[in-house]
Design a protein around this ligand. Structure first.
Ligand SMILES: *Cc1c(COP(=O)(O)O)cnc(C)c1O
Length: 230
């Protein structure tokens, strides 16, 4: 099978799963954006996916993400999903359209400076972490959301898009996704346009759709299993 046929088959199967999850949840497919996570896969895969109708792709590492964004000709939106060092924020601001992993005010300020310098507007999501047992994980605790959201909303070159989470490994994701949806509703009382709920990956996106996610970040289901370093 050619890579194009393989991606087309996987993408169609994934779209069917998304459609079924929407139907089960009584939601419209139009409420949901599929972000195909292309990390560790080449720019040529992004080109094929764009030809197959994919409009949004996700990457989690700089500079790999920037190199790929520079190489790809197709007009896709680039989502940055990974932990981001402050000193790399300016570079990421030059190519990312949406940054899902904003979890501290210092990073907000660095992204703002980078966006202004590049003459661009970045949509930023507050990454929320529900796993208090692992201090190494990215994201803020729920009580920290407002400070970061307010900083994004007030920063030049940035727009507050909403919230994002990665469900804790090995736990039922459903209660965490429900909690994120509650926190999103609270946030939207302060910031009505912050409607994005980024939740759900290959292994758990049905639960995310059921809980109200607007953006699914799906890699392996479309591209195949990554080598273990991914
Ligand atoms: C890799 C990654 C994904 C996609 O995960 P899959 O299991 O490949 O679907 C989603 N979100 C983040 C933050 C990631 O790093």
């Amino acid at each position: 099978m050619s890579r194009r046929d393989e991606l087309a088959t996987n993408l169609a199967a994934t779209q069917e799963r998304i459609a079924a999850a929407c139907e089960a949840a009584g939601r419209s497919r139009e409420e949901i954006t599929l972000v195909v996570v292309t990390k560790t896969y080449p720019a040529s895969d992004v080109e094929i996916l764009a030809e197959l109708g994919v409009t949004d792709v996700g990457e989690n590492r700089h500079p790999e993400a920037g190199d790929k964004a520079a190489e790809v000709q197709a007009p896709v939106r680039w989502h940055f999903l990974g932990g981001l060092q402050t000193n790399k924020a300016g570079a990421v601001a030059r190519y990312a359209d949406v940054v899902h992993s904003v979890d501290r005010v210092k990073l907000v300020n660095a992204l703002s400076r980078g966006a202004v310098a590049a003459g661009r507007t970045l949509t930023c999501l507050v990454q929320v972490d529900f796993d208090s047992t692992d201090p190494g994980r990215a994201g803020v605790v729920p009580a920290g959301i407002d400070e970061i959201a307010d900083a994004i909303a007030g920063a030049e070159g940035l727009e507050l898009g909403g919230v994002m989470t990665v469900a804790p490994l090995g736990e039922d994701p459903a209660p965490h996704f429900a909690h994120l949806a509650e926190l999103s509703a609270q946030l939207q009382r302060r910031h009505p346009s912050a409607t994005i709920i980024s939740a759900g990956m290959s292994g758990d996106f049905e639960a995310a759709v059921a809980a109200g996610a607007t953006h699914l970040r799906i890699g392996r289901s479309v591209l195949g299993e990554r080598p273990s370093t991914g």
